[in-house]
Design a protein around this ligand. Structure first.
Ligand code: PMP
Length: 401
């Protein structure tokens, strides 16, 4: 991988002397994605699905071409791809539609303490509304979801399993394929939060046999405001829309209405057309680099960073065995937010906080952590800069002790 060349594709990296290590929050965008978005606004700019003129046909074609690109990318059918505002919106759609219609009193919904709030809270809501039980997979000593522990909570009452594929704090990969198989044996469906997986590893929904998968464009070099819900077509067809209005209807009467087939019944109003077109370009970019390369590269950077952290006293890493490019750590006696502000002065962008995973912070016995997350546009120099910033933060705050 020619990282120098890759960095040149990202205007933010060309224009700023920074080490961008916050890709788990949002990735930065390459030129081809920006060009694709601009193309829509400069050359088309009109609505989709409605206009009976060439520009609108062209915009519709590009929008729907993006849906086909996503379908090919995750290996599903065209009409199994619902465009959403992001992963949160997609995860909520599953809970509010499938969950509200299928969960009954006494049913069990399996989640974990590793979940991002967006994967957990929609099911908390369903459980409360339906008098169902939210059941947590006990995490292993390392803080992982294991098949063994999953078996301990799976029962005949389990109706939904809502788990993250990759934790946004620990970077652990969930053994989701085996979990899906076990869940199906008791007749439960599995909704997978793929927000941190799809940007970093090949996800094939047919091979996984998951029922739903949600992810966001902005974490995979695509635009903000666009995401995807994959759902098995038969499930999507059976589900009710949760938002109603323009474009999603078949016919409207005064006291009733009928809907289009999936995926359109879930996409009311004018969609994020530029976002979908930008997502198409993002997938092109990622595939031009290749997942094998991405994973290997992230691993190398993560291992190198952990190695360097070991040489500094007073740095605690919470996920030494992270499977991806995410490292969560803290510096003894330095609040993560204080550390992050020193990092900022050093040109190192990382995240400090609870990472929308407060139950996990409680599990780790921390109020917050620092999180560095690597992507394919990072190199060894970025890690060196991070390590140097950690040393600086330590020195700076030692002065006040
Ligand atoms: N799940 C995980 C694992 C995430 O990391 C995130 C984003 N931090 C989300 C869901 C929510 O994604 P979005 O903010 O794009 O809706």
């Amino acid at each position: 991988m020619d990282i120098k060349k890759i960095k040149n594709d990202f205007p933010v990296l060309v224009e700023n002397d920074i080490s961008y290590l916050d890709s788990a929050a949002s990735t930065i965008k390459p030129r081809n994605v920006i060009d694709a978005i601009n193309y829509y606004y400069e050359k088309l700019g009109v609505n989709v699905h409605r206009g009976v003129y060439k520009l609108s046909y062209d915009a519709t074609e590009r929008y729907e071409l993006s849906r086909q690109r996503v379908a090919d990318f995750i290996n599903c059918k065209f009409d199994e791809v619902v465009f959403t505002r992001g992963a949160s919106n997609a995860l909520n759609l599953v809970a509010n539609s499938y969950g509200m219609a299928n969960i009954e009193e006494g049913d069990e919904i399996i989640v974990s303490e590793l979940e991002h709030h967006s994967s957990m809270l929609p099911w908390q809501h369903v459980a409360k509304e339906k008098n169902a039980n939210l059941v947590y997979v006990p995490l292993s000593d390392e803080g992982r979801i294991t098949v063994e522990n999953f078996k301990k909570v799976l029962t005949e009452k389990t109706k939904v399993v809502a788990l993250t594929y990759v934790s946004n704090v620990m970077g652990y990969i969930t053994p989701i394929e085996e979990i899906i198989e076990l869940a199906h044996e008791v007749g439960a469906i599995v909704t997978v939060d793929g927000a941190q997986a799809v940007p970093h590893m090949k996800v094939d929904v047919k091979a996984l046999n998951c029922d739903f998968l949600s992810f966001s464009g902005h974490k995979m070099v695509g635009p903000t405001g666009i995401g995807v819900l994959y759902g098995k077509f038969e499930l999507l067809q059976d589900m009710n829309p949760v938002e109603f209005g323009g474009d999603m209807i078949d016919y409207v009467y005064l006291h009733d209405a009928t809907w289009k087939d999936a995926p359109y019944k879930f996409e009311t109003g004018t969609p994020l057309i530029a976002g979908a077109i930008g997502l198409h370009a993002a997938i092109d970019y990622i595939e031009s680099i290749g997942y094998d390369q991405i994973i290997q590269h992230e691993h190398k950077l993560k291992n190198y960073a952990i190695e360097q952290f070991h040489k500094i006293d007073g740095v605690t890493v919470f996920n030494e065995t992270s499977d991806t490019g995410i490292i969560s750590f803290n510096i003894d006696n330095v609040h993560p937010h204080d550390a992050a502000s020193v990092f900022d002065q050093e040109g190192v962008c990382i995240r400090a906080g609870h990472h929308c995973a407060q139950p996990l912070m409680k599990y780790l016995n921390q109020i917050a952590t620092l999180r560095a997350s690597f992507y394919f546009y990072n190199d060894k120099k970025d890690v060196d800069r991070l390590v140097n910033a950690v040393k600086k933060a330590k020195e700076f705050f030692a002065f006040f002790e």
